[in-house]
Design a protein around this ligand. Structure first.
Ligand SMILES: *[C@@H]1O[C@H](CO)[C@@H](O)[C@H](O)[C@H]1NC(C)=O
Ligand SMILES: *[C@@H]1O[C@H](CO)[C@@H](O)[C@H](O)[C@H]1NC(C)=O
Ligand SMILES: *[C@@H]1O[C@H](CO)[C@@H](O)[C@H](O)[C@H]1NC(C)=O
Ligand SMILES: *[C@@H]1O[C@H](CO)[C@@H](O)[C@H](O)[C@H]1NC(C)=O
Ligand SMILES: *[C@@H]1O[C@H](CO)[C@@H](O)[C@H](O)[C@H]1NC(C)=O
Ligand SMILES: *[C@@H]1O[C@H](CO)[C@@H](O)[C@H](O)[C@H]1NC(C)=O
Ligand SMILES: *[C@@H]1O[C@H](CO)[C@@H](O)[C@H](O)[C@H]1NC(C)=O
Length: 616
């Protein structure tokens, strides 16, 4: 049975195309250094790494898992020894450099510690764990130095300055197993083969320093000291790691990686090689090639790990090469290595590129429909097949656009504009009658009116109601002018032609030719009702017709008083300024052109008429 296992392991080595021997792997800044019996056998450059701070080995999937600190992020990577491919498993923000990762192949949990906290994250592809930032497993009072997993028992162990504790992988059954604050504690490891925990202590004693490697049962009982190193200077050791036959650690004073047989056959540690420099936070950078078979060889019941060994004890190289290689598809092994046949909607060498990749723009969420085509669900404010169209695009004509709570575009208009889309110019239609609009310093609208208009919006016609009966216009001199309708006159056409036209109570109206015409009251006659129709009037004497106009009528001019003589002829008695038969001659030489404008005929109470003419 034993020889069968050896054959199986040899078959595996032959099956791995890119194999190099190694018993420990040590993290560098950006490299993984593989050593065999103290000799460097391979250096793997990890281009995406910055500073590798901790390394662990997954013997089930033949991969080295390691943390890299690239402020402000911490990334956990896996380097697959079969395919030589590096894959980022998780990136988490942290300002802390002293991160440490271990792995439980049974539950496929990544377990890491930062400061006083331990987190877990499942990398089982079947897991529904979506907490990419990790699940907080435990928090402790003291600074956590190191962690280790007991895959058979299902425990996580941790070491602080104060003690060593353990809990179940779900955080339950937490208990202190080694309790002493005397020592400075550095690193912790677990060995299934010996069923023991190992740790490093340091103490100041008798004027010097004592570094020791100790061991105890899983429950903390039966403590023994395996190794002691006494120095006068402070000693600092880390990176405790266990293999089938050896214990390894790194010493930060005598810089290098050290090795000691596990069985205490030797008490002097062997320095495998020196490291040129090691920083204090390069803490957990040694991992061993410790196979599952080796780990559980001597123990009676560790079904959990036993189940991880393939039935025939002969790991199928193709199976391991393909394991987890294709992210969304089937894997097969070709000459040049693993090859993926991707399922619909995925592409890329490892089927890592979804058809959804970068498909939806502007934060749209992508999913594949029944026809395996990418479909976008856009965020508020975006539209289009790929959410490429912003609903704000060209929406606000004169202003900025934003998306409101209902996902609708909303404009914030620039000064002088309004309306839902800022489409309304404040000046638009503001000034009436061709007035010119502009904004003043306070962004208020101001109108410059055309001639004839006034008011804030040029809404007031200054002609308005100026001309009483006629059309108004503004002259070049800016003054108003009236053009009167027929029958009216005056500067503002305020005078009716009928005004004071008919005398003696006559009613005036305009005839068809828009001339004034009088309708006289009884007893009067004439164009303006100026003639008394009374035949008994003394003015009747000398009339030129029967019952008609008196001979005195309009006979004496310039206020001369008319009377009939014996022969019934009109005779004038002139005023001092006039003379002549009809008082037509001005005595005053300065008055050259007297004008007769009105002749008034009045009827006395006794029916006698008096005629008078006036000079204006
Ligand atoms: C890992 O260790 C096993 C067991 O000691 C050994 O057979 C194997 O060759 C080692 N792997 C490599 C790649 O050196
Ligand atoms: C490992 O290296 C040491 C020192 O170089 C050497 O004595 C020993 O034989 C080597 N062991 C194996 C198995 O190669
Ligand atoms: C840190 O991680 C975030 C999120 O994954 C990423 O966007 C950013 O580029 C990373 N920064 C560095 C320095 O790696
Ligand atoms: C205590 O540990 C030592 C060394 O590992 C071992 O030889 C011994 O049998 C253990 N004793 C008990 C009581 O477990
Ligand atoms: C992957 O393999 C399964 C099982 O053989 C098969 O049903 C499926 O069609 C394959 N998918 C692809 C993309 O080849
Ligand atoms: C529009 O956006 C620009 C740039 O953010 C800003 O300077 C401007 O004041 C905004 N205008 C309005 C009317 O909100
Ligand atoms: C007044 O204006 C109206 C309309 O333009 C015109 O028909 C009318 O003849 C005008 N009247 C006068 C007196 O100019």
């Amino acid at each position: 049975m034993h020889s069968t296992r050896v054959v199986a392991v040899l078959t595996l080595v032959v099956g791995l195309a890119h194999c190099f021997p190694w018993d420990i792997v040590v993290g560098g800044d950006k490299q993984l250094h593989f050593y065999y019996n103290g000799t460097l056998t391979h250096t793997e450059e990890i281009p995406s790494a910055t500073r590798i701070t901790s390394v662990t080995y997954d013997p089930v999937h033949y991969r080295v898992l390691f943390t890299d600190v690239n402020y402000p992020n911490m990334t956990i990577y896996s380097f697959d020894l079969s395919t030589r491919k590096t894959q980022s498993l998780l990136t988490k923000k942290t300002d802390h450099k002293y991160v440490r990762v271990v792995y439980d192949p049974v539950t496929q949990l990544l377990v890491w510690k930062i400061r006083r906290n331990i987190y877990t994250f499942s990398i089982n592809p079947a897991s529904s764990d979506k907490a990419v930032d990790g699940n907080l497993l435990v928090t402790m009072d003291n600074y956590c130095r190191d962690i280790a997993v007991d895959s058979c028992g299902g425990y996580i162990y941790w070491i602080t300055e104060a003690n060593i504790e353990r809990a179940r992988l779900d955080g339950s059954e937490r208990e202190v197993i080694v309790d002493s604050t005397v020592y400075l504690r550095f690193s912790l490891a677990i060995d299934q083969l010996t069923q023991r925990i190992y740790w490093i202590d340091s103490i100041y004693l008798n004027g010097g320093y004592e570094l020791s490697i100790k061991s105890a049962n899983f429950n903390g009982k039966n403590q023994t000291t395996i190794y002691i190193s006494k120095t006068t200077s402070y000693e600092y050791a880390s990176s405790l790691a266990i293999s089938k036959d050896f214990i390894y650690w790194q010493n930060l004073n005598e810089v290098g990686t050290w090795q000691l047989p596990k069985d205490s056959s030797e008490h002097v540690a062997r320095k495998l090689y020196s490291i040129s420099s090691l920083r204090d936070y390069d803490y957990h950078r040694v991992a061993t090639n410790y196979t599952i078979q080796e780990q559980i060889e001597a123990i009676q019941s560790c079904e959990a790990l036993q189940n991880l060994i393939p039935n025939n004890l002969k790991p199928e190289p193709t199976a391991s090469i393909c394991q987890n290689y294709c992210l969304e598809g089937n894997c097969s092994v070709a000459e040049e290595g693993p090859t993926c046949s991707c399922k619909a909607g995925y592409s890329g060498e490892r089927c890592e590129v979804s058809a959804c990749h970068k498909h939806c723009l502007n934060g749209g969420v992508c999913s594949l429909n029944k026809e395996v085509e990418p479909v976008c669900q856009c965020t508020a404010g975006y539209d289009g097949e790929r959410c490429e169209y912003s609903i704000c695009n060209e929406y606000c004509l004169q202003g900025n656009c934003s998306v409101d709570v209902d996902g609708l575009p909303k404009c914030s208009c620039k000064t002088g504009y309004s309306g839902e889309r800022c489409e309304i110019n404040a000046c638009h239609d503001y000034c009436l009658h061709d007035g010119i609009c502009s904004l003043n310093e306070e962004n208020k609208r101001v109108c410059q009116c055309t001639a004839g208009y006034d008011g804030e919006r040029c809404d007031i016609s200054i002609c308005n109601e100026y001309c009483v009966q006629g059309n108004c216009s503004v002259g070049a001199d800016g003054l108003l002018k009236c053009s009167c309708t027929t029958g009216y006159s005056g500067v503002r056409c305020e005078e009716n032609a009928c005004h004071k036209y008919c005398l003696n109570g006559g009613v005036c109206s305009l005839n068809e030719e828009d001339e004034p015409a009088c309708q006289c009251t009884a007893g009067y006659d004439g164009g303006r009702c100026e003639v008394s129709a009374n035949k008994d009037s003394s003015c009747d004497a000398g009339n030129s017709g029967q019952g008609s106009i008196s001979a005195c009528h309009q006979f004496c001019l310039n206020n001369g008083v008319c009377s009939l003589n014996e022969a019934s002829e009109p005779v004038c008695q002139c005023t001092a300024d006039y003379e002549g038969e009809r008082c037509e001659v001005s005595v005053n030489k300065d008055l050259c052109c007297p004008k007769v404008t009105t002749v008034t005929v009045t009827l006395s109470q006794g029916g006698q008429s008096t005629c008078a003419s006036t000079v204006v």
